[in-house]
Design a protein around this ligand. Structure first.
Ligand code: SF4
Ligand code: ZN
Ligand code: ZN
Length: 192
């Protein structure tokens, strides 16, 4: 005979945020991250947050209870994995977050030490594009030393133009050092 789970009387209390007429109970069990975020946000300042989470943990319930997912209640997630969002959304601290894939979302994840594959992939693509633009500029002026290092960061062999620019720049630095050395020597070893 299955164990009967007593209905939690607190959810019928008028005090529960989710019992207010403007909340949609389906959001607490939705697959849509935006709806889940709405539920989590509704729980945020609910006076029954703590007993609600305890109740759900005790009965191993799915869905959002006490503002937490089941994995969060069971401690099986470190809370640092964020699922991709296509629009601005509200996180469980009530803050507006940018849509995943944007630079803003990437920065928000970084500040919170969260992992988000989609934002990391998007950021890598932006960085790569920035490097390719930089290389195009470098090649337009016949190659540069910075271009040489940019090729390397793109995991490619530096082109002849950038290699040439790199050689010229090191030769100039060497000539500069030699000139300084000679000037120092001129001071300490005055010509007889
Ligand atoms: S914490 Fe959330 S799910 Fe629990 S009673 Fe409050 S609003 Fe409802
Ligand atoms: Zn993201
Ligand atoms: Zn080059």
């Amino acid at each position: 005979m299955p164990t009967l789970i007593p209905a939690p009387d607190f959810v019928t209390f008028a005090r529960a945020n989710c019992a207010q007429p403007d909340s949609n109970p389906e959001h607490w069990h939705s697959d849509d991250p935006k709806e889940l975020a709405t539920a989590i946000n509704t729980c945020h300042d609910c006076p029954l947050k703590a007993p609600c989470a305890t109740y759900a943990t005790t009965h191993n319930l799915t869905g959002i209870w006490g503002g937490l997912t089941r994995a969060q209640r069971n401690g099986t997630t470190d809370d640092t994995t964020v699922h991709p969002h296509d629009d601005d959304w509200i996180d469980d601290t009530g803050r507006t977050r940018r849509a995943c894939g944007t630079h803003g979302a990437y920065q928000q994840h970084r500040r919170r030490a969260e992992r988000c594959d989609r934002c990391e992939t998007a950021q890598a693509a932006r960085v790569r594009e920035g490097r390719l633009n930089l290389l195009a500029d470098a090649h337009a002026i016949g190659g540069t030393e910075q271009g040489y290092y940019t090729h390397r960061r793109l995991n490619e062999r530096p082109c002849d133009l950038c290699k040439g620019a790199m050689r010229r720049a090191s030769a100039e630095r060497k000539a500069q050092r030699d000139a300084e050395k000679n000037a120092t020597r001129a001071i300490y070893e005055p010509a007889a």
